[in-house]
Design a protein around this ligand. Structure first.
Ligand code: KG4
Ligand code: ZN
Length: 366
């Protein structure tokens, strides 16, 4: 079965064609084509995604991307119905409706978070041999949630952010540190550099100039790290960065090393919280598979730290990490989620109606 999928939930316009077949252990996917246009540079001056600009850009980009695929034969069209920015979602839905009608093809409305989750479970092109229950940590610009999949296509949110999504916190802290949007990759790059520099200085002789740099390093809280649940909160961490910056006379009084030190401590704090809560969620759920997905799942330090905690404490749990090419928003993940459902003969009642739903929850799926 071949599906052409359209993704326009945020600031990436994506179209992809994926072929899927049922195999003994699950599903095999072949990506036949994928095109993605990022609007990040356009939104950068606003420090975040500006919905009406996103809508206009999707409207402009969709026909351009579709040109590449217009002669391909497919069996169905899939489109993201939510969650996301409603004006942006509608552009994709309207476009998909038109294509499906012209070709007499079924239209499959698809949940963006299910796309992140299922595509992250794919290993070497195959969604096979997945041991249930699956615990997924979805970390993106709009979401931060622990999702438990006890059975295929049923999702229970067992923990989530009480305020900011992790990607949003990365982006806001980056902005405070005068780093460009999107801030996640920038913070990660600086944090990495600061970690390397620290390692070097740890081996430098006492009293050397390299050593003294660390004395000004900032220390940030680990919000909710000890609470007896799997919820997280990043708004206080963000505010702590703001105050720490103010205490030091503002960003303009900081050296490049000190800014990198802030980036590192912020990334460390967020990672510590995720590590603790993942441990708890794995213990409480008895999950057999752990997977991470969403834009922030590209973060090297988070990936490595979570791999270590699973390896050291949960011998029987298989960890799956998404390829870096699909952590950010894309249409391949929408095609794969739609294919997994279609090939299972599973149609979601909650997505029957083709309408953009900005706050669509993954737990509403059946
Ligand atoms: O999933 P995604 O592409 O869009 C949403 O559905 O929200 O996630 C985008 C988010 C942005 O906040 C971006 O800063 C963050 O993912 N991000 C990262 C990294 N790469 C992207 N955050 C931390 N480290 C990264 N390497
Ligand atoms: Zn996303």
């Amino acid at each position: 079965m071949r599906i052409l999928a359209i993704e326009t939930s945020c600031d990436e316009t994506g179209i992809a064609i994926v072929e899927g077949t049922k195999t003994e252990g699950g599903f095999a996917f072949t990506v036949l084509g994928s095109a993605l246009l990022s609007q990040a540079a356009l939104h950068a001056p606003y420090g975040g995604v500006y919905p009406n600009l996103a809508k206009r850009e999707h409207e402009k980009n969709l026909p351009i991307l579709f040109e590449k695929f217009k002669d391909e034969k497919v069996d169905a069209i899939a489109v993201t119905k939510g969650p996301g920015l409603e004006p942006a979602l509608w552009t994709g839905i309207t476009f998909a409706q038109k294509v499906a009608k012209e070709r007499g093809l079924p239209l499959l409305p698809t949940n963006h978070m299910e796309g992140h989750l299922l595509s992250s479970l794919v290993k070497n092109g195959n969604l096979e041999d997945v041991k249930l229950p699956v615990l997924a940590l979805l970390i993106s610009g709009g979401h931060t949630e622990f999702v438990l999949m006890r059975e295929w296509f049923t999702y229970e949110i067992v923990g989530q952010t009480l305020d900011d999504a992790l990607g949003e916190a990365f982006d806001k802290v980056a902005r405070m540190l005068a780093l460009p949007y999107p801030g996640g990759p920038e913070i990660s790059r600086l944090a990495e550099a600061a970690r390397e520099a620290k390692q070097k200085s740890d081996f430098a002789p006492l009293g050397s100039s390299q050593r003294s740099q660390n004395q000004t390093s900032v220390s940030l809280p680990r919000p909710m790290i000890g609470t007896k649940d799997c919820d997280v909160s990043f708004s206080g961490l963000k505010t702590a960065v703001l105050y720490a910056l103010r205490d030091r006379g503002g960003i303009q009084s900081l050296s490049a090393e000190e800014i990198a030190g802030f980036a590192r401590e912020f990334e460390d704090a967020a990672t510590d919280v995720l590590v603790h809560k993942t441990r708890r969620a794995l213990e409480e759920s008895g999950a057999q598979t752990f997977v991470i997905g969403g834009g922030v799942a590209a973060n090297k330090h988070i990936r490595k730290s979570l791999e270590i905690v699973v390896k050291e404490n949960f011998n029987e749990v298989e960890m799956r990490l998404p390829e870096l090419s699909i952590t950010g928003d894309n249409a391949i993940m929408i095609a794969e989620a739609a294919l997994t459902r279609a090939l299972s003969g599973k149609k979601d009642a909650a997505t029957d109606e083709i309408r953009a739903v900005g706050n669509l929850s993954i737990s509403s799926l059946t």
